[in-house]
Design a protein around this ligand. Structure first.
Ligand code: FAD
Length: 509
């Protein structure tokens, strides 16, 4: 492996890092070293079965083992993050949503004109090979295949859910990535014949890996970035227990919304007091690093299926309902999704679920690193549904879910299991219940946000440059200034596409 100071070191091979490495090295004059803590499976034929299986999450085999509390004092629950080339895209549910144009126009309104919807749309089109829809909103021939389950592929529960939404009078939606649509329909998913197509599989193909100017170095944990006189000078890594410093002048952090702020803090970049608490010498006082963590919150009701109606071998998720919640100013800020069974980290339970996911959350979680040890796990206070607006949206969503379950289409398949009828019929009781039992939807982001010059809430400028340090960028979901209303994988890959194009052209120095 070359240790070449002229190379760009990309840290983390997930939804953005894999994309940046692939796109930047399309230019033979750009050399990239992609560093990843987890293992690599360059031969698609040797991919472990759980990473291949796109019908459910892969929760444990390639996981960082992070945990969070829903609220202070609550028990600690798993907070999965992929630790493998492909990152969380290699373990996720494969739902491929972009969010709304207003999500990106909101970024532009914060002084980041580069990130308006009109300027992000070409990258959304470039990243995909939409196998179903060819129109002004979609791209064909891109790295990531996207498809929707056909009616005959749906499980009885998923198909009954669509019937229920129709009964309730919602609009039918043929394409959840057409920004003019709302309502119910099949999810867009990055699957090929039921198999997950991660960012690694889509972007780090054997042809891309064969490039002379790309090195993928797996099982290499980045401990910190070494900065001297406010410029990047090196990167300290631990490869299977061997610690060394690689000379580096350009480092792009793509380690995800939990690890990226950790690396920054260990490198002396962050709020002065936090850096001091960790016993690290201050390099740059950047108050917005790790100050808050954005997330989508979800609440799930469970149903007892009629005998024989539920199979844990079915695809977990195939369909959804998106709508504008009461009082919201933008479309599709809440989603309801049927689960064909209940997936828990320890196994699968044969019961049906309806999950409400609040997209435009107003609340946020907090992240705290106990020490500067690169292997120390952060303490996460989820503050799930602590904000009254988020709670109100969840309650409204659960009431809609309850109405779905009582519809002609669904009621023959099941009866309510949890919570009981008393909770379901009281808004106040449901409000308490979601705060107690709601959880993360695994869409962590916004821990090192981009923002306009002078914005005290920003850690980066609009091109991902870390404030006060030259040669250092953040280009993963940490950089989101606000949370997009939909699942975060596609928005992160879009970010990777844009950063990759800038690094390829040398336009981000
Ligand atoms: C179980 C689960 C289900 C999800 N389902 C969906 C879904 O269906 N649809 C959707 O849109 N989104 C989903 N998400 C969220 C989505 O996958 C993430 O938002 C997205 O992958 C984040 O991309 P990222 O590049 O920021 O981070 P990641 O993809 O997590 O990549 C970070 C990479 O950096 C590596 N890394 C971290 N620290 C270091 C270090 N110190 N040194 C070297 N390498 C390091 C990690 O191992 C990882 O490979 C899900 C997430 C999870 C965990």
């Amino acid at each position: 492996m070359r240790a070449d100071a002229a190379a760009t070191y990309v840290v983390g091979a997930g939804s953005s890092g894999a994309v940046i490495a692939s796109r930047a090295t399309e230019n033979p004059d750009r050399e990239v070293v992609l560093l990843e803590a987890g293992p690599d499976y360059p031969d698609p034929a040797r991919l472990p079965p759980d990473l291949r299986d796109g019908t459910r999450n892969a929760w444990t085999s390639h996981d960082w083992g992070f945990r969070y509390r829903q609220r202070r004092g609550a028990p600690r629950l798993p907070m999965p993050r992929g630790r493998v080339v492909g990152g969380s895209s290699a373990v996720n549910t494969c739902i491929a949503l972009r969010g709304q144009p207003s999500d990106y126009d909101e970024w532009a309104d914060r002084g980041l004109p580069e990130w308006s919807w009109d300027r992000c749309l070409p990258a959304f089109k470039r990243l995909e090979d939409d196998l179903d829809v060819a129109n002004e909103w979609h791209g064909q021939g891109g790295p990531l295949p996207i498809r929707r389950h056909r009616p005959e592929e749906l499980t009885p529960w998923q198909s009954a859910f669509l019937g229920a939404c129709e009964e309730l009078g919602f609009a039918r939606c043929e394409d959840t990535n057409d920004p003019t649509t709302t309502g119910y329909g099949a999810h867009a998913m990055n699957l090929r014949r039921g198999e997950r197509v991660s960012a690694a599989q889509a972007y780090l193909t054997p042809e891309v890996r064969a490039r002379d100017n790309l090195t993928v170095r797996a099982e290499t944990l980045v401990r910190r970035v070494i900065v001297k006189n406010r410029a990047v000078e090196g990167i300290e890594v631990d490869t299977r227990g061997r610690v060394e410093v690689l000379p580096a002048r350009r480092v792009v952090l793509c380690a995800g919304a939990v690890a990226t702020p950790g690396i920054l803090l260990r490198s002396g970049i962050g709020p002065r007091r936090e850096v001091a608490r960790l016993g690290v010498a201050l390099v740059a006082d950047v108050p917005a690093v790790g100050r808050r963590m954005l997330d989508h919150f979800g609440a799930m009701i469970a149903f007892v299926p009629r005998r024989g109606a539920c199979s844990v071998h079915a695809p977990l998720i195939q369909t959804c309902l998106r709508y504008r919640s009461h009082g919201a100013t933008t479309d599709n800020d809440v989603m309801v999704q049927p689960g064909s069974f209940l997936q828990l980290p320890r196994g699968e339970v044969p019961c049906f679920t309806l999950m409400v996911c609040v997209g435009k959350t107003r609340g946020s979680s907090t992240l705290r690193f106990p020490s500067a040890d690169p292997r120390a796990k952060p303490e996460v206070d989820g503050r799930v549904f602590a904000h009254p607006d988020d709670r109100a949206k969840a309650v409204e969503g659960l009431q809609i879910a309850g109405r779905c379950a009582r519809s002609r289409a669904m009621r023959g398949l099941t009866h309510l299991g949890w919570p009981g009828r008393a909770t379901m019929s009281s808004r106040a009781a449901l409000g308490d219940w979601v705060q107690r039992f709601g959880g993360t939807a695994y869409h962590l982001c916004g821990t090192a946000p981009m923002g306009a010059d002078g914005d005290p809430d920003a850690a980066l400028d609009g091109r991902g440059r870390v404030r006060g340090v030259s040669g250092l960028w953040v280009a993963d979901a940490s950089a989101f200034p606000t949370i997009p209303s939909a699942n975060t994988n596609l928005p992160t890959i879009m970010l990777g596409e844009r950063f990759g194009a800038w690094f390829r052209a040398g336009a981000n120095d």
